[in-house]
Design a protein around this ligand. Structure first.
Ligand code: G3P
Ligand code: MG
Length: 231
């Protein structure tokens, strides 16, 4: 089962910062997940629309221009990175799951990834996911070569059929609402199943036994300790 560092290693360092991402990779994660939002045509790495929880700024991100936003810092004194900075910084040390927090970020993300692929990055260095499935469809229409993961927070009536229609690579499911029927249906359709956010070692064992392909965790180190004990 794959370990995906959630917002880097947010259990150990402020989320969605370069330091958090580095820590996840140092701890052994070969995949990391980050959240992005579109701002003035650029892409910034932040989970919330509002700044207070994770930075020393206040208000909605759109209340500030990009230059001002970039001056706000997180608890570890790091500024909000752009998606391009994260990708260049990671420099293929890990696969990056880019979670789109809005539909507007879909096309600028493709423009950026195309530019980076022309510089030597590979399509498989990325997985683009979103709860906004229209954003994923936008991506598949213009750039079917990129992998997309459909985020869900329930067990759907038609199980994973919608993701098949979307030509998704994975369904990314909430740990609170996942069952064996959905996992099996997804696998029969050739989809990967990733589950968020899993921090309890007992749940690592449960999901592993259910055949889950990967978990998003705030604690990559804890995951790898669990993995050693499982063997
Ligand atoms: O991508 C998995 C997970 O990050 C989705 O939820 O709210 O943590 O972005 P959230
Ligand atoms: Mg996320």
């Amino acid at each position: 089962m794959l370990c995906i560092g959630h917002r880097g290693a947010r259990g150990y360092a402020p989320e969605n910062t370069l330091a958090s991402i580095d820590l996840a990779i140092e701890q052994g994660a070969t995949w990391i997940e980050i959240d992005i939002r579109e701002h003035s045509g650029d892409l910034i790495v932040i989970h919330d629309k509002y700044l207070e929880r994770t930075t020393n700024g206040t208000g909605h991100i759109y209340q500030h221009d990009l230059a001002t936003l970039r001056r706000f810092t997180s608890e570890n004194n790091q500024s909000l990175p752009t998606l391009k900075e994260v990708i260049k910084h990671v420099n293929r040390r890990a696969v990056i799951n880019i979670e789109l927090k809005d539909r507007a970020s879909a096309l600028p993300t493709i423009t950026l990834l195309n530019e980076l692929v022309s510089e030597g990055w590979k399509n498989d260095d990325f997985l683009i996911s979103s709860f906004y499935h229209h954003a994923l469809r936008d991506i598949k229409e213009i750039a079917p070569q990129y992998r997309v993961g459909a985020l869900c927070a329930s067990v759907m009536i038609d199980y994973a059929r919608f993701a098949d229609d979307l030509d998704a690579w994975s369904i990314n499911l909430c740990s609170e609402s996942v069952d064996q029927a959905l996992i099996d249906d997804a696998h029969q359709r050739g989809l990967k199943v990733l589950v968020y956010t899993v921090n309890d070692p007992r749940l690592f064992s449960e999901f592993n036994a259910m055949g889950v392909d990967g978990v998003f965790t705030d604690y990559p180190q804890r995951f790898f300790e669990w993995q050693v004990q499982e063997k």
